[in-house]
Design a protein around this ligand. Sequence first.
Ligand code: FES
Length: 245
Amino acid sequence: MTQTQEPVIFDQGTVDRANALVARYPVPRSALLPMLHLVQSVEGYVSQAGIAFCAERLDLTTAEVSAVATFYTMYKRRPCGEHLVSVCTNTLCAALGGDAIYAKLREHLGSEGRPLGHEETSGEPGTPGSITLEHAECLAACDLGPVLQVNYEFYDNQTPEKALELVQRLQTGEKPAPTRGAALTDFRQAELQLAGFFEGRDAADLDGPSAAPETVRGAKIAADRGFTAPAMPDNAEFPPLPEKK
Ligand code: FES
């Protein structure tokens, strides 16, 4: 009788990286967040096998790892596409056009008259040109809204037309330059970087523009007008807290 061999999901390279993560912290369990990104970089999501892999190496139960993996939205429970497109639909971006951008992309990426849903994928997950779409809460770039991210890199001041063109280019294999930050890769490579591993990336790729003029406009106006903040006192008195009833 021949025994069927389980396919190896996490190869020796992944095990070595996991060990390197554990070695970075005083206690193994502190490595959980980067290790979840590591397993996500292998499979494009956090699978049950990924949860077991983390639990085994960090001396945690699978229930404890699952509790963390299901709490944070950056850990995906279904396989993602080559690219993850996150459209900010929080208040400011929504009012400036984020809702219209999201609706446009849902319609474009859907099929048979059904718009694509939140965290659904157009195309076979992981294959070239496949896109997972999600709506996101505030991406901390309100001064540049409406914004979207591809694999967590920013594309600022979007319109439905600009966003559609961007996604169409991603689907044909192009990697248009983000407005700020590092050059675009793909979702799995971005996850490897979030785990703290930058193999195969040139320093030049990672060193993109960061502060946008809009972000520093207030500081510039203050500097031009000679405004300064009062010095912090050495011993600041805190106001008394109201009594709890
Ligand atoms: S509301 Fe969209 S970045 Fe803040």
